[in-house]
Design a protein around this ligand. Structure first.
Ligand SMILES: *[C@@H]1O[C@H](CO)[C@@H](O)[C@H](O)[C@H]1NC(C)=O
Ligand SMILES: *[C@@H]1O[C@H](CO)[C@@H](O)[C@H](O)[C@H]1NC(C)=O
Ligand SMILES: *[C@@H]1O[C@H](CO)[C@@H](O)[C@H](O)[C@H]1NC(C)=O
Ligand SMILES: *[C@@H]1O[C@H](CO)[C@@H](O)[C@H](O)[C@H]1NC(C)=O
Ligand SMILES: *[C@@H]1O[C@H](CO)[C@@H](O)[C@H](O)[C@H]1NC(C)=O
Ligand SMILES: *[C@@H]1O[C@H](CO)[C@@H](O)[C@H](O)[C@H]1NC(C)=O
Ligand SMILES: *[C@@H]1O[C@H](CO)[C@@H](O)[C@H](O)[C@H]1NC(C)=O
Length: 501
Protein backbone atom coordinates (compact mmCIF):
# COMPACT_ATOMS: atom_id res chain seq x y z
CA UNK A 1 0.00 0.00 0.00
CA UNK A 2 1.47 3.31 -1.00
CA UNK A 3 1.65 6.34 1.19
CA UNK A 4 -0.76 8.16 -1.09
CA UNK A 5 -3.38 5.44 -0.82
CA UNK A 6 -3.05 5.47 2.97
CA UNK A 7 -3.48 9.21 2.93
CA UNK A 8 -6.70 9.00 0.92
CA UNK A 9 -8.21 6.34 3.11
CA UNK A 10 -7.42 8.36 6.22
CA UNK A 11 -8.87 11.45 4.59
CA UNK A 12 -12.08 9.70 3.56
CA UNK A 13 -12.60 8.27 7.00
CA UNK A 14 -11.88 11.64 8.49
CA UNK A 15 -14.35 13.37 6.26
CA UNK A 16 -17.02 10.91 7.27
CA UNK A 17 -17.61 10.05 3.63
CA UNK A 18 -18.42 6.40 3.17
CA UNK A 19 -17.67 5.49 -0.40
CA UNK A 20 -20.35 3.62 -2.30
CA UNK A 21 -20.40 2.96 -6.02
CA UNK A 22 -17.88 5.75 -6.40
CA UNK A 23 -20.18 8.56 -5.23
CA UNK A 24 -20.17 10.05 -1.77
CA UNK A 25 -21.45 13.02 0.25
CA UNK A 26 -18.98 14.80 2.51
CA UNK A 27 -19.94 16.69 5.66
CA UNK A 28 -18.21 17.62 8.90
CA UNK A 29 -19.37 15.13 11.52
CA UNK A 30 -19.90 17.80 14.16
CA UNK A 31 -20.19 21.51 14.19
CA UNK A 32 -20.86 23.97 16.94
CA UNK A 33 -21.46 27.63 17.54
CA UNK A 34 -22.67 30.06 20.17
CA UNK A 35 -26.13 31.59 20.19
CA UNK A 36 -26.10 34.40 17.63
CA UNK A 37 -23.12 32.98 15.73
CA UNK A 38 -23.00 32.08 12.06
CA UNK A 39 -21.84 28.60 11.12
CA UNK A 40 -21.35 26.79 7.83
CA UNK A 41 -22.70 23.29 7.41
CA UNK A 42 -20.55 21.81 4.70
CA UNK A 43 -21.91 19.39 2.10
CA UNK A 44 -19.93 18.35 -0.97
CA UNK A 45 -20.88 15.68 -3.52
CA UNK A 46 -18.02 13.53 -4.78
CA UNK A 47 -19.07 12.13 -8.12
CA UNK A 48 -17.88 8.81 -9.40
CA UNK A 49 -16.85 7.48 -12.77
CA UNK A 50 -18.93 7.47 -14.79
CA UNK A 51 -20.54 10.56 -13.20
CA UNK A 52 -24.14 10.43 -12.11
CA UNK A 53 -26.73 13.18 -12.57
CA UNK A 54 -27.86 15.16 -9.49
CA UNK A 55 -31.66 15.50 -9.54
CA UNK A 56 -32.08 17.36 -6.20
CA UNK A 57 -30.37 18.20 -2.95
CA UNK A 58 -32.30 18.44 0.33
CA UNK A 59 -31.16 19.62 3.77
CA UNK A 60 -33.22 18.19 6.62
CA UNK A 61 -33.26 18.72 10.36
CA UNK A 62 -33.55 15.47 12.32
CA UNK A 63 -35.29 15.98 15.62
CA UNK A 64 -36.98 13.42 17.85
CA UNK A 65 -36.59 10.88 15.02
CA UNK A 66 -38.64 12.96 12.59
CA UNK A 67 -37.26 14.90 9.67
CA UNK A 68 -38.09 18.50 8.89
CA UNK A 69 -37.12 20.07 5.55
CA UNK A 70 -34.81 23.05 5.77
CA UNK A 71 -33.81 23.82 2.17
CA UNK A 72 -33.98 22.28 -1.27
CA UNK A 73 -31.95 22.92 -4.43
CA UNK A 74 -33.19 21.69 -7.81
CA UNK A 75 -31.34 22.14 -11.13
CA UNK A 76 -34.55 23.10 -12.90
CA UNK A 77 -36.65 24.74 -10.18
CA UNK A 78 -33.97 26.66 -8.28
CA UNK A 79 -33.57 26.82 -4.49
CA UNK A 80 -36.12 27.00 -1.72
CA UNK A 81 -35.53 27.68 1.99
CA UNK A 82 -38.49 26.86 4.18
CA UNK A 83 -40.18 29.38 6.48
CA UNK A 84 -38.70 28.75 9.93
CA UNK A 85 -35.22 29.01 8.39
CA UNK A 86 -35.90 31.43 5.53
CA UNK A 87 -34.14 34.41 7.08
CA UNK A 88 -31.22 32.58 8.57
CA UNK A 89 -30.22 29.84 6.13
CA UNK A 90 -28.75 30.24 2.65
CA UNK A 91 -26.60 28.22 0.23
CA UNK A 92 -23.03 29.34 0.36
CA UNK A 93 -22.16 28.88 -3.31
CA UNK A 94 -23.46 31.68 -5.57
CA UNK A 95 -23.92 29.23 -8.44
CA UNK A 96 -26.37 27.24 -6.35
CA UNK A 97 -28.42 30.32 -5.48
CA UNK A 98 -29.29 30.98 -9.12
CA UNK A 99 -32.68 30.35 -10.64
CA UNK A 100 -31.33 27.31 -12.45
CA UNK A 101 -28.22 26.22 -10.59
CA UNK A 102 -25.47 25.22 -12.97
CA UNK A 103 -23.79 23.05 -10.42
CA UNK A 104 -24.89 21.35 -7.18
CA UNK A 105 -21.60 19.75 -6.27
CA UNK A 106 -21.17 22.05 -3.22
CA UNK A 107 -24.39 22.67 -1.32
CA UNK A 108 -22.85 23.99 1.88
CA UNK A 109 -25.36 26.11 3.81
CA UNK A 110 -24.66 29.18 5.94
CA UNK A 111 -26.61 29.20 9.17
CA UNK A 112 -26.71 32.62 10.80
CA UNK A 113 -27.97 34.00 14.11
CA UNK A 114 -27.98 30.59 15.75
CA UNK A 115 -30.62 29.75 18.32
CA UNK A 116 -30.58 27.09 20.98
CA UNK A 117 -33.42 25.38 19.16
CA UNK A 118 -31.20 24.94 16.11
CA UNK A 119 -29.26 22.25 17.92
CA UNK A 120 -29.97 19.04 16.01
CA UNK A 121 -28.58 16.62 13.48
CA UNK A 122 -28.76 17.92 9.89
CA UNK A 123 -28.88 15.60 6.90
CA UNK A 124 -27.63 16.57 3.47
CA UNK A 125 -29.29 14.25 0.96
CA UNK A 126 -28.38 13.98 -2.77
CA UNK A 127 -30.91 12.40 -5.08
CA UNK A 128 -29.13 11.12 -8.19
CA UNK A 129 -29.92 9.29 -11.30
CA UNK A 130 -29.33 6.45 -11.76
CA UNK A 131 -27.39 5.80 -8.55
CA UNK A 132 -30.21 6.73 -6.10
CA UNK A 133 -29.86 8.60 -2.81
CA UNK A 134 -26.62 9.47 -1.10
CA UNK A 135 -26.64 11.32 2.24
CA UNK A 136 -24.52 12.35 5.19
CA UNK A 137 -25.14 14.02 8.52
CA UNK A 138 -23.72 16.81 10.67
CA UNK A 139 -24.53 17.27 14.35
CA UNK A 140 -24.89 20.91 15.27
CA UNK A 141 -24.42 21.92 18.88
CA UNK A 142 -25.38 25.38 20.08
CA UNK A 143 -23.70 26.86 23.14
CA UNK A 144 -24.96 29.77 25.21
CA UNK A 145 -22.62 32.09 27.06
CA UNK A 146 -23.79 32.63 30.61
CA UNK A 147 -24.35 35.96 32.26
CA UNK A 148 -22.18 35.95 35.35
CA UNK A 149 -22.22 38.24 38.31
CA UNK A 150 -21.12 38.39 41.88
CA UNK A 151 -23.09 40.26 44.49
CA UNK A 152 -22.90 40.94 48.17
CA UNK A 153 -26.02 39.72 49.87
CA UNK A 154 -26.21 43.17 51.40
CA UNK A 155 -23.80 46.05 51.58
CA UNK A 156 -23.38 45.61 55.32
CA UNK A 157 -23.59 42.40 57.22
CA UNK A 158 -24.41 42.51 60.89
CA UNK A 159 -22.80 40.13 63.34
CA UNK A 160 -25.60 39.41 65.73
CA UNK A 161 -25.74 37.26 68.77
CA UNK A 162 -26.57 34.45 68.89
CA UNK A 163 -24.36 33.82 65.93
CA UNK A 164 -25.96 32.32 62.90
CA UNK A 165 -24.55 31.39 59.53
CA UNK A 166 -25.83 33.64 56.81
CA UNK A 167 -25.12 33.98 53.09
CA UNK A 168 -22.87 37.00 52.67
CA UNK A 169 -22.13 36.90 48.97
CA UNK A 170 -23.59 35.22 45.99
CA UNK A 171 -22.17 34.30 42.64
CA UNK A 172 -24.41 33.46 39.74
CA UNK A 173 -23.74 32.27 36.23
CA UNK A 174 -27.07 32.33 34.46
CA UNK A 175 -28.33 30.53 31.37
CA UNK A 176 -25.09 28.95 30.32
CA UNK A 177 -24.78 25.94 28.10
CA UNK A 178 -22.87 23.92 29.08
CA UNK A 179 -23.06 24.92 32.75
CA UNK A 180 -20.29 27.03 34.32
CA UNK A 181 -18.27 25.92 37.28
CA UNK A 182 -18.18 28.22 40.32
CA UNK A 183 -15.38 28.24 42.87
CA UNK A 184 -14.58 30.49 45.79
CA UNK A 185 -11.20 31.75 46.80
CA UNK A 186 -10.80 33.22 50.27
CA UNK A 187 -9.12 32.78 53.61
CA UNK A 188 -12.50 33.08 55.29
CA UNK A 189 -13.75 30.05 57.11
CA UNK A 190 -17.17 29.85 55.51
CA UNK A 191 -18.92 27.37 53.29
CA UNK A 192 -20.36 27.65 49.81
CA UNK A 193 -23.70 26.25 48.76
CA UNK A 194 -24.41 25.34 45.15
CA UNK A 195 -27.56 25.10 43.14
CA UNK A 196 -28.11 24.28 39.47
CA UNK A 197 -31.32 25.12 37.66
CA UNK A 198 -31.97 23.66 34.23
CA UNK A 199 -34.00 25.89 31.92
CA UNK A 200 -36.42 24.52 29.30
CA UNK A 201 -34.18 25.79 26.49
CA UNK A 202 -31.35 23.59 27.70
CA UNK A 203 -29.31 26.23 29.48
CA UNK A 204 -28.31 25.92 33.12
CA UNK A 205 -28.17 28.57 35.80
CA UNK A 206 -25.53 27.91 38.45
CA UNK A 207 -25.89 29.73 41.71
CA UNK A 208 -23.59 29.68 44.71
CA UNK A 209 -23.91 31.42 48.04
CA UNK A 210 -21.02 31.89 50.42
CA UNK A 211 -22.23 31.50 53.98
CA UNK A 212 -20.37 32.24 57.15
CA UNK A 213 -20.69 33.31 60.73
CA UNK A 214 -20.28 37.08 60.58
CA UNK A 215 -17.85 38.31 63.20
CA UNK A 216 -15.29 40.96 63.95
CA UNK A 217 -12.65 38.76 62.34
CA UNK A 218 -14.50 38.57 59.04
CA UNK A 219 -14.72 42.34 58.69
CA UNK A 220 -12.76 43.69 55.72
CA UNK A 221 -11.94 40.21 54.49
CA UNK A 222 -11.77 39.51 50.78
CA UNK A 223 -13.95 37.01 49.04
CA UNK A 224 -13.32 36.02 45.44
CA UNK A 225 -15.58 34.16 43.10
CA UNK A 226 -14.09 32.34 40.13
CA UNK A 227 -16.45 31.21 37.37
CA UNK A 228 -15.10 29.03 34.64
CA UNK A 229 -17.03 28.68 31.39
CA UNK A 230 -15.27 26.89 28.53
CA UNK A 231 -11.97 28.69 28.35
CA UNK A 232 -13.38 31.88 29.82
CA UNK A 233 -12.70 32.87 33.39
CA UNK A 234 -14.69 35.37 35.32
CA UNK A 235 -13.11 36.59 38.53
CA UNK A 236 -14.66 39.08 40.90
CA UNK A 237 -14.03 39.99 44.52
CA UNK A 238 -15.84 41.71 47.30
CA UNK A 239 -14.64 43.05 50.61
CA UNK A 240 -16.96 42.25 53.44
CA UNK A 241 -18.28 45.02 55.59
CA UNK A 242 -19.30 43.40 58.84
CA UNK A 243 -20.81 45.43 61.65
CA UNK A 244 -20.24 44.25 65.18
CA UNK A 245 -20.64 45.31 68.77
CA UNK A 246 -17.75 47.04 70.49
CA UNK A 247 -14.99 44.82 71.78
CA UNK A 248 -13.95 46.70 74.91
CA UNK A 249 -10.67 46.81 76.75
CA UNK A 250 -9.77 49.22 79.53
CA UNK A 251 -6.17 50.29 79.50
CA UNK A 252 -4.20 52.39 81.93
CA UNK A 253 -4.13 50.30 85.08
CA UNK A 254 -0.68 48.85 85.33
CA UNK A 255 -1.19 47.11 88.65
CA UNK A 256 0.85 49.77 90.36
CA UNK A 257 -1.34 52.60 91.52
CA UNK A 258 0.31 53.60 94.74
CA UNK A 259 -0.52 56.48 96.99
CA UNK A 260 0.40 59.91 95.69
CA UNK A 261 1.21 58.72 92.22
CA UNK A 262 0.31 61.45 89.72
CA UNK A 263 -1.41 61.54 86.39
CA UNK A 264 -3.22 58.24 86.32
CA UNK A 265 -5.93 57.60 83.81
CA UNK A 266 -8.05 54.83 82.39
CA UNK A 267 -8.82 54.60 78.71
CA UNK A 268 -11.68 52.62 77.27
CA UNK A 269 -10.50 51.20 73.99
CA UNK A 270 -13.13 49.66 71.82
CA UNK A 271 -12.91 47.99 68.47
CA UNK A 272 -16.26 48.50 66.83
CA UNK A 273 -17.94 48.87 63.46
CA UNK A 274 -19.52 51.35 63.19
CA UNK A 275 -17.51 53.44 65.61
CA UNK A 276 -18.57 53.78 69.21
CA UNK A 277 -20.89 56.70 69.77
CA UNK A 278 -21.22 56.62 73.54
CA UNK A 279 -18.81 55.67 76.30
CA UNK A 280 -20.14 55.38 79.80
CA UNK A 281 -18.06 54.91 82.90
CA UNK A 282 -19.19 53.60 86.21
CA UNK A 283 -17.76 52.18 89.36
CA UNK A 284 -19.25 48.94 90.63
CA UNK A 285 -20.69 49.35 94.12
CA UNK A 286 -20.07 53.01 94.32
CA UNK A 287 -19.90 56.24 92.44
CA UNK A 288 -16.95 57.59 90.52
CA UNK A 289 -14.52 59.73 92.50
CA UNK A 290 -15.22 63.45 92.31
CA UNK A 291 -11.88 64.51 91.00
CA UNK A 292 -12.33 62.81 87.67
CA UNK A 293 -12.48 64.31 84.23
CA UNK A 294 -13.95 62.37 81.32
CA UNK A 295 -12.80 63.21 77.85
CA UNK A 296 -14.11 61.03 75.09
CA UNK A 297 -13.11 57.55 76.14
CA UNK A 298 -10.61 58.51 78.81
CA UNK A 299 -11.03 58.90 82.53
CA UNK A 300 -8.46 61.36 83.85
CA UNK A 301 -7.89 61.22 87.60
CA UNK A 302 -7.04 64.63 88.92
CA UNK A 303 -4.47 64.88 91.63
CA UNK A 304 -2.46 62.19 93.37
CA UNK A 305 -3.75 58.68 93.84
CA UNK A 306 -5.80 58.05 96.96
CA UNK A 307 -7.46 54.90 98.23
CA UNK A 308 -10.70 56.26 96.84
CA UNK A 309 -9.49 55.48 93.37
CA UNK A 310 -9.75 51.76 94.08
CA UNK A 311 -12.66 49.72 92.80
CA UNK A 312 -13.98 47.98 89.75
CA UNK A 313 -14.35 50.38 86.85
CA UNK A 314 -16.73 49.51 84.08
CA UNK A 315 -16.84 51.10 80.67
CA UNK A 316 -19.90 50.60 78.51
CA UNK A 317 -19.24 51.29 74.84
CA UNK A 318 -22.21 51.60 72.54
CA UNK A 319 -22.51 51.61 68.77
CA UNK A 320 -25.55 51.04 66.60
CA UNK A 321 -25.19 47.28 66.93
CA UNK A 322 -25.09 47.08 70.67
CA UNK A 323 -23.39 47.80 73.96
CA UNK A 324 -20.57 45.85 75.50
CA UNK A 325 -18.64 46.43 78.69
CA UNK A 326 -15.10 46.18 79.79
CA UNK A 327 -13.97 46.25 83.36
CA UNK A 328 -10.84 46.68 85.34
CA UNK A 329 -10.25 46.16 89.03
CA UNK A 330 -8.11 48.95 90.37
CA UNK A 331 -6.17 48.28 93.59
CA UNK A 332 -4.39 51.12 95.25
CA UNK A 333 -1.31 50.20 97.22
CA UNK A 334 0.60 52.15 99.78
CA UNK A 335 3.93 51.76 98.01
CA UNK A 336 4.90 50.87 94.47
CA UNK A 337 4.76 47.20 93.67
CA UNK A 338 7.81 45.25 92.74
CA UNK A 339 8.34 47.21 89.58
CA UNK A 340 9.70 44.21 87.75
CA UNK A 341 6.23 42.75 87.55
CA UNK A 342 4.80 45.77 85.90
CA UNK A 343 5.53 44.31 82.52
CA UNK A 344 2.09 44.24 80.94
CA UNK A 345 3.08 41.10 79.05
CA UNK A 346 3.12 39.08 82.19
CA UNK A 347 -0.29 37.56 82.90
CA UNK A 348 -1.91 38.69 86.12
CA UNK A 349 -2.12 35.23 87.70
CA UNK A 350 1.55 34.60 87.20
CA UNK A 351 2.15 38.16 88.27
CA UNK A 352 0.80 37.79 91.76
CA UNK A 353 2.27 34.35 92.46
CA UNK A 354 5.56 35.47 91.01
CA UNK A 355 5.53 38.48 93.28
CA UNK A 356 4.82 36.32 96.29
CA UNK A 357 7.63 33.91 95.53
CA UNK A 358 9.92 36.75 94.65
CA UNK A 359 9.12 38.53 97.88
CA UNK A 360 9.59 35.45 100.04
CA UNK A 361 12.83 34.38 98.44
CA UNK A 362 14.03 37.95 98.35
CA UNK A 363 13.38 38.25 102.07
CA UNK A 364 15.36 35.08 102.84
CA UNK A 365 18.21 36.20 100.65
CA UNK A 366 18.24 39.57 102.31
CA UNK A 367 18.49 37.96 105.68
CA UNK A 368 21.39 35.77 104.51
CA UNK A 369 22.97 38.81 102.92
CA UNK A 370 22.65 40.77 106.10
CA UNK A 371 24.37 38.04 108.13
CA UNK A 372 27.05 37.58 105.50
CA UNK A 373 27.73 41.27 105.39
CA UNK A 374 27.88 41.48 109.12
CA UNK A 375 30.42 38.62 109.23
CA UNK A 376 32.33 40.17 106.39
CA UNK A 377 32.33 43.55 108.01
CA UNK A 378 33.56 42.18 111.31
CA UNK A 379 36.34 40.22 109.61
CA UNK A 380 37.25 43.26 107.62
CA UNK A 381 37.59 45.20 110.79
CA UNK A 382 40.08 42.63 112.05
CA UNK A 383 42.40 42.60 109.06
CA UNK A 384 42.97 44.88 106.13
CA UNK A 385 41.13 43.70 103.14
CA UNK A 386 43.27 42.83 100.11
CA UNK A 387 40.61 43.51 97.58
CA UNK A 388 40.65 41.12 94.69
CA UNK A 389 36.97 40.34 94.51
CA UNK A 390 34.98 41.79 91.72
CA UNK A 391 32.70 44.47 92.92
CA UNK A 392 29.14 44.18 91.84
CA UNK A 393 26.24 46.42 92.14
CA UNK A 394 23.36 44.93 93.90
CA UNK A 395 19.93 46.29 93.58
CA UNK A 396 16.92 45.43 95.62
CA UNK A 397 13.66 46.41 94.12
CA UNK A 398 11.08 44.60 96.15
CA UNK A 399 12.77 44.07 99.39
CA UNK A 400 12.30 47.46 100.93
CA UNK A 401 8.93 46.85 102.45
CA UNK A 402 9.36 43.17 103.14
CA UNK A 403 12.70 42.89 104.82
CA UNK A 404 12.08 43.48 108.46
CA UNK A 405 13.72 46.41 110.12
CA UNK A 406 14.00 48.40 106.95
CA UNK A 407 14.14 52.13 107.34
CA UNK A 408 11.34 54.33 106.18
CA UNK A 409 10.56 54.22 102.56
CA UNK A 410 13.00 56.42 100.71
CA UNK A 411 11.71 59.34 98.66
CA UNK A 412 10.55 58.36 95.22
CA UNK A 413 12.96 59.15 92.43
CA UNK A 414 11.46 61.13 89.59
CA UNK A 415 11.49 58.33 87.07
CA UNK A 416 9.50 56.03 89.24
CA UNK A 417 6.45 57.82 87.90
CA UNK A 418 5.43 54.98 85.71
CA UNK A 419 4.24 56.18 82.38
CA UNK A 420 1.52 53.94 80.98
CA UNK A 421 2.66 53.82 77.47
CA UNK A 422 6.40 53.65 77.43
CA UNK A 423 7.87 50.20 77.67
CA UNK A 424 11.32 51.58 77.66
CA UNK A 425 10.70 53.60 80.74
CA UNK A 426 9.58 50.53 82.54
CA UNK A 427 12.69 48.54 81.89
CA UNK A 428 14.67 50.07 84.68
CA UNK A 429 11.94 48.98 87.00
CA UNK A 430 12.58 45.37 86.20
CA UNK A 431 14.78 44.75 89.13
CA UNK A 432 14.37 42.45 92.03
CA UNK A 433 16.12 40.60 94.76
CA UNK A 434 18.41 37.92 93.42
CA UNK A 435 16.33 35.03 94.73
CA UNK A 436 13.18 36.52 93.33
CA UNK A 437 14.83 36.86 90.04
CA UNK A 438 16.05 33.32 89.92
CA UNK A 439 12.71 31.74 90.70
CA UNK A 440 10.85 34.06 88.41
CA UNK A 441 13.36 33.52 85.67
CA UNK A 442 12.33 29.90 85.45
CA UNK A 443 8.69 30.81 85.41
CA UNK A 444 9.09 33.24 82.60
CA UNK A 445 11.81 31.44 80.75
CA UNK A 446 11.47 32.31 77.10
CA UNK A 447 8.61 34.68 77.72
CA UNK A 448 10.53 37.85 77.69
CA UNK A 449 14.04 38.62 76.66
CA UNK A 450 14.07 41.51 79.05
CA UNK A 451 13.60 39.26 82.00
CA UNK A 452 16.73 37.36 81.17
CA UNK A 453 18.92 40.38 81.51
CA UNK A 454 20.68 40.50 84.82
CA UNK A 455 19.41 43.85 86.01
CA UNK A 456 19.98 42.94 89.58
CA UNK A 457 23.69 42.24 89.41
CA UNK A 458 25.80 44.31 87.15
CA UNK A 459 29.55 44.13 86.93
CA UNK A 460 31.13 47.46 87.60
CA UNK A 461 31.91 49.16 84.36
CA UNK A 462 30.22 46.45 82.34
CA UNK A 463 27.53 48.72 81.12
CA UNK A 464 26.99 52.40 81.69
CA UNK A 465 23.48 51.90 80.54
CA UNK A 466 22.62 49.49 83.28
CA UNK A 467 24.25 51.75 85.81
CA UNK A 468 22.06 54.59 84.83
CA UNK A 469 19.05 52.43 84.89
CA UNK A 470 19.63 50.79 88.18
CA UNK A 471 21.23 53.50 90.22
CA UNK A 472 18.15 55.58 90.87
CA UNK A 473 16.38 52.55 92.28
CA UNK A 474 18.99 51.35 94.61
CA UNK A 475 17.88 51.03 98.10
CA UNK A 476 20.38 50.43 100.75
CA UNK A 477 20.06 46.67 101.11
CA UNK A 478 21.58 46.54 104.51
CA UNK A 479 21.04 49.24 107.04
CA UNK A 480 24.03 48.08 109.04
CA UNK A 481 26.50 48.99 106.35
CA UNK A 482 28.36 51.97 107.62
CA UNK A 483 28.77 55.15 105.73
CA UNK A 484 32.44 54.73 105.05
CA UNK A 485 31.88 51.32 103.50
CA UNK A 486 29.16 52.52 101.21
CA UNK A 487 31.30 55.33 99.99
CA UNK A 488 34.21 52.99 99.52
CA UNK A 489 32.23 50.74 97.30
CA UNK A 490 30.38 53.50 95.59
CA UNK A 491 26.97 52.18 96.41
CA UNK A 492 27.98 48.64 95.59
CA UNK A 493 27.98 45.53 97.63
CA UNK A 494 29.72 42.28 96.99
CA UNK A 495 28.14 39.63 94.85
CA UNK A 496 25.89 36.88 96.08
CA UNK A 497 28.62 34.32 95.48
CA UNK A 498 30.82 36.08 97.96
CA UNK A 499 28.09 36.31 100.59
CA UNK A 500 28.02 32.58 100.77
CA UNK A 501 31.77 32.18 101.16
C1 LIG B 1 -39.00 15.99 21.34
O1 LIG B 1 -39.43 15.04 22.30
C2 LIG B 1 -39.52 15.53 23.62
C3 LIG B 1 -39.91 14.41 24.54
O2 LIG B 1 -39.29 13.23 24.14
C4 LIG B 1 -40.54 16.66 23.67
O3 LIG B 1 -40.57 17.20 24.96
C5 LIG B 1 -40.15 17.72 22.67
O4 LIG B 1 -41.14 18.73 22.66
C6 LIG B 1 -39.98 17.15 21.30
N1 LIG B 1 -39.53 18.18 20.39
C7 LIG B 1 -40.10 18.39 19.24
C8 LIG B 1 -39.53 19.52 18.42
O5 LIG B 1 -41.05 17.76 18.83
C1 LIG C 1 -25.18 12.92 16.01
O1 LIG C 1 -26.45 12.86 16.70
C2 LIG C 1 -27.11 11.61 16.58
C3 LIG C 1 -28.46 11.74 17.29
O2 LIG C 1 -28.87 13.02 17.38
C4 LIG C 1 -26.27 10.52 17.20
O3 LIG C 1 -26.88 9.27 17.06
C5 LIG C 1 -24.90 10.50 16.52
O4 LIG C 1 -24.06 9.59 17.17
C6 LIG C 1 -24.25 11.86 16.58
N1 LIG C 1 -23.02 11.84 15.83
C7 LIG C 1 -21.89 12.39 16.28
C8 LIG C 1 -20.70 12.29 15.38
O5 LIG C 1 -21.84 12.92 17.36
C1 LIG D 1 -28.70 32.00 48.40
O1 LIG D 1 -29.22 32.93 49.30
C2 LIG D 1 -30.45 33.48 48.88
C3 LIG D 1 -30.83 34.57 49.84
O2 LIG D 1 -30.68 34.17 51.15
C4 LIG D 1 -31.48 32.36 48.82
O3 LIG D 1 -32.70 32.88 48.38
C5 LIG D 1 -31.00 31.30 47.85
O4 LIG D 1 -31.88 30.21 47.84
C6 LIG D 1 -29.64 30.82 48.23
N1 LIG D 1 -29.14 29.95 47.19
C7 LIG D 1 -28.35 28.91 47.44
C8 LIG D 1 -27.85 28.15 46.28
O5 LIG D 1 -28.06 28.59 48.58
C1 LIG E 1 -33.02 30.27 28.05
O1 LIG E 1 -34.07 30.37 28.98
C2 LIG E 1 -33.90 31.33 30.02
C3 LIG E 1 -35.07 31.28 30.95
O2 LIG E 1 -35.79 30.12 30.81
C4 LIG E 1 -33.77 32.70 29.43
O3 LIG E 1 -33.56 33.64 30.45
C5 LIG E 1 -32.58 32.71 28.49
O4 LIG E 1 -32.49 33.96 27.87
C6 LIG E 1 -32.75 31.64 27.43
N1 LIG E 1 -31.53 31.62 26.65
C7 LIG E 1 -31.53 31.75 25.34
C8 LIG E 1 -30.20 31.78 24.69
O5 LIG E 1 -32.55 31.85 24.72
C1 LIG F 1 -21.85 44.96 94.97
O1 LIG F 1 -23.21 45.27 95.10
C2 LIG F 1 -24.05 44.19 94.83
C3 LIG F 1 -25.46 44.65 94.94
O2 LIG F 1 -25.54 46.03 95.05
C4 LIG F 1 -23.78 43.06 95.81
O3 LIG F 1 -24.61 41.94 95.51
C5 LIG F 1 -22.35 42.66 95.73
O4 LIG F 1 -22.04 41.68 96.70
C6 LIG F 1 -21.44 43.86 95.93
N1 LIG F 1 -20.10 43.44 95.72
C7 LIG F 1 -19.13 43.84 96.45
C8 LIG F 1 -17.79 43.34 96.12
O5 LIG F 1 -19.31 44.58 97.39
C1 LIG G 1 -12.44 63.30 71.18
O1 LIG G 1 -11.93 62.53 70.09
C2 LIG G 1 -11.90 63.23 68.88
C3 LIG G 1 -11.45 62.28 67.81
O2 LIG G 1 -10.59 61.30 68.30
C4 LIG G 1 -10.99 64.43 68.99
O3 LIG G 1 -10.99 65.13 67.76
C5 LIG G 1 -11.48 65.30 70.10
O4 LIG G 1 -10.58 66.37 70.27
C6 LIG G 1 -11.58 64.53 71.39
N1 LIG G 1 -12.19 65.35 72.39
C7 LIG G 1 -11.67 65.47 73.56
C8 LIG G 1 -12.42 66.33 74.50
O5 LIG G 1 -10.62 64.92 73.87
C1 LIG H 1 -7.35 43.77 94.67
O1 LIG H 1 -7.59 43.70 96.05
C2 LIG H 1 -8.59 42.82 96.45
C3 LIG H 1 -8.82 42.93 97.90
O2 LIG H 1 -7.67 43.31 98.56
C4 LIG H 1 -8.21 41.40 96.04
O3 LIG H 1 -9.24 40.53 96.38
C5 LIG H 1 -7.98 41.37 94.56
O4 LIG H 1 -7.53 40.09 94.18
C6 LIG H 1 -6.96 42.40 94.15
N1 LIG H 1 -6.90 42.41 92.70
C7 LIG H 1 -5.78 42.49 92.05
C8 LIG H 1 -5.90 42.54 90.56
O5 LIG H 1 -4.71 42.51 92.60
Amino acid sequence: MTMLATFWIVLLVALNAPAGNGQSVQTDPIKSGFVGDTVELRCVFINGKPPVKISQVTWQKLINGTKQNVATANPDLGVSVLPPFKDRVSFKHPAVRQRSPSTLEDTTIVFSNLRLSDEAAYICEYTTFPAGNRENMVNLTVFARPVTQMTLTSSTIVARTPQRKIPVASCMSANGKPPSVIKWDTTLNGEPTFQETRNPNGTVTVHSNYTLLPSRETHRQKLTCIVTYHTDRFIDSVILNVQYEPEVKIEGFDGNWFLNREDVKLTCNADANPAVTVYQWKLLNGSLPNNIEIKNNTLFFKGPVTYEFGGTYVCDATNSIGTRSGLVEVNVTEFPNSPRFDDPDIPKAVHSSGAAIGGAVGGVVLLVAAIALLVFFLRRRQRTFKGDYSTKKHVFGNGYSKAGGMPAHPPMPKNLQYPDDSDDEKKPTQISGPGGFESADQDFDGNSEDLKRPYFTVDEGESRDYDERTLPFQYDPEPEITDDMVSQNDGSVISKKEWYV
